[in-house]
Ligand binder design. Structure first.
Ligand code: IMP
Ligand code: MG
Length: 176
């Protein structure tokens, strides 16, 4: 399978504007309290950086890598922690940053795992949400854009590790 064509769905300006809004909305919730942003590698890196820049509360950025996908476009259902957090989150306000929620399998596993580490609060922010594809229910606190059931690339999202660097989000036309 390879990508035939990418059609722009959300422009760089649209994404930037929405990230600004989310930054303001989330900052208002935490006020002066410190927040630990947990960036889920690799897809959320671009979003996490841009969102962090728009946040006004004290921010710590941590990384975690989980795998639930192979090189294809559908979730395997098997979630594995590839790289764990380098720090304890006990007693901290934790905001998990995800690029996209599709089946919900990755996040549902991850949230359960993080809960056992006793954070002060645990919330979830995703840039994109594909509710039509949900298999497992996940409580999402902040959503950038709700999108239809189509495969997207860009702004961190990949197809077989490519296209993450596109400044916009596009629908990928995949050739079987
Ligand atoms: P879930 O476990 O099915 O919710 O999968 C979430 C993960 O699948 C995301 O973090 C992405 O890495 C990947 N994913 C799901 N949909 C897409 C898409 O449309 N484009 C690129 N990656 C996707
Ligand atoms: Mg991916």
């Amino acid at each position: 399978m390879k990508i035939k064509r990418i059609n722009v769905y959300l422009t760089e300006e649209q994404v930037e504007q929405r990230v600004k809004e989310l930054g303001a909305e989330i900052s208002a919730v935490y006020g002066d309290e410190p927040v630990c942003l947990v960036c889920i590698l690799k897809g959320s890196v671009f979003f996490t950086c841009e969102l962090a820049k728009r946040m006004t509360c004290p921010v710590e950025v941590e990384f975690m890598s989980v795998s639930s996908y192979g090189a294809g476009i559908s979730s395997s259902g098997v979630v594995r922690i590839v790289q764990d957090l380098g720090t304890s989150i006990e007693g901290k306000n934790v905001l998990v940053i995800e690029d996209i929620i599709d089946s919900g399998r990755t996040l549902s596993y991850l949230l359960e795992n993080l809960k056992t580490r006793n954070p002060k609060s645990l919330r979830l922010c995703t840039l994109l949400d594909k509710p039509d594809r949900r298999v497992v229910d996940v409580p999402v606190d902040y959503v950038g854009f709700v999108i239809p059931d189509q495969f997207v690339v860009g702004y961190g999202l990949d197809y077989d590790q490519q296209y993450r660097n596109l400044p916009y989000i596009g629908f990928a036309d995949i050739e079987e």
